[in-house]
Design a protein around this ligand. Structure first.
Ligand code: MG
Length: 312
């Protein structure tokens, strides 16, 4: 079924260069995200959607060409993961690590049996994820489940600080969940790279990860700066400190860094597209993912319906 291209030029808030389109089965995909939200509201009543937006569900925008069953399940899993992150972020680091350990164990179950788990535990949300992915795709599921487990292992919820933007971005690219978003993109499109192809695409992959990290920081800053946590992860305060800049100057600086990162990614992607049909599909999937993530971030209520200080 045809996807619907979104004319981003009529949306002033979006200044990204990557194309954006909507999956033809957006309502079905949105039901996946909504299912995750509903589950989480049992544990944290104030859980807010990470996917609702005026142009459609974030996952239907980020994975417009993906197999619909897989995109719907991806929406449910990733949405649950981001909401789980919201809850975890507020916990002490050692408690958070323990919860992560439990979820990692659950992801290892490739058939449904959640014996031994406390009823009502938040981690139960992930109980059948491994089994449901495996039913849809026994071959590809282990790859995606592996990146989920890696994310939980490497996720650093400590309150460490960074002196330079460079130092911060190398950390942030892993912590933004880029690997998760990118591996689900591959899963929904059924496009996997050989080790030679992975090597060939590695600079492009790193550049794309930076784009997603800076995009999130730029658009989520207005919301995040109002949150009472010592674990704010954002490039804007790093730049303010590093260059002794005001908040508004640092915001403009980060916007420039984002435009530059997108340009570099586009250049690397263009050079790769001729390599093979497989790589072309991979690069295009990534470009739609970056376009979708930027466009959603620029328009979603989560980041944009934040009262400005003047109206508070
Ligand atoms: Mg953010």
């Amino acid at each position: 079924m045809p996807t619907t291209p979104i004319d981003t030029t009529v949306v002033p808030e979006y200044f990204g260069r990557f194309p954006v389109k909507l999956h033809s089965e957006e309502p079905k995909i949105a039901r996946g995200s909504a299912a995750a939200l509903k589950k989480f509201q049992c544990f944290a009543k104030d859980s807010r959607s990470h996917s609702v937006g005026p142009y459609g569900d974030a996952y239907a925008i980020c994975y417009p060409d993906g197999d619909v069953e897989r995109v719907q399940l991806s929406a449910e899993i990733i949405e649950a993961l981001w909401m789980y992150d919201d809850v975890i972020e507020a916990l002490p680091h050692d408690v958070a690590s323990k919860e992560h350990g439990m979820v990692k164990q659950l992801l290892g179950h490739t058939h449904t049996n959640g014996k031994g788990l406390a009823e009502g535990a938040m981690t139960n949300v992930f109980r059948d994820v491994g089994a449901r992915m495996t039913v849809l795709d026994p071959k590809g599921a282990p790859y995606v489940l592996g990146t989920l487990k890696q994310y939980l292992t490497e996720y650093d919820g400590s309150s460490r600080t960074f002196d330079t933007l460079e130092e911060y971005l190398s950390f942030r690219t892993l912590n933004v969940g880029f690997r998760i978003m990118a591996s689900f993109m591959q899963w929904t499109l059924n496009v996997y790279l050989t080790s030679d192809e992975t090597e060939l695409c590695s600079a492009f992959y790193t550049a794309a990860g930076r784009v997603m990290a800076i995009t999130n920081d730029y658009f989520s800053w207005r919301m995040e700066k109002r949150e009472a946590t010592d674990r704010v992860r954002n490039a804007i305060p790093v730049v303010m400190k590093q260059y002794a800049m005001s908040e508004s100057d640092a915001t403009l600086f980060v916007k420039g860094v984002l435009v530059d990162a997108e340009q570099k990614t586009a250049r690397l992607g263009k050079a790769l597209k001729g390599s093979s049909e497989n790589i072309r599909r991979y690069v295009e999937g990534m470009e739609y993912l970056l376009g979708g993530s930027g466009f959603w971030s620029a328009t979603c209520p989560r980041y944009n319906d934040v009262p400005s200080p003047a109206t508070m």
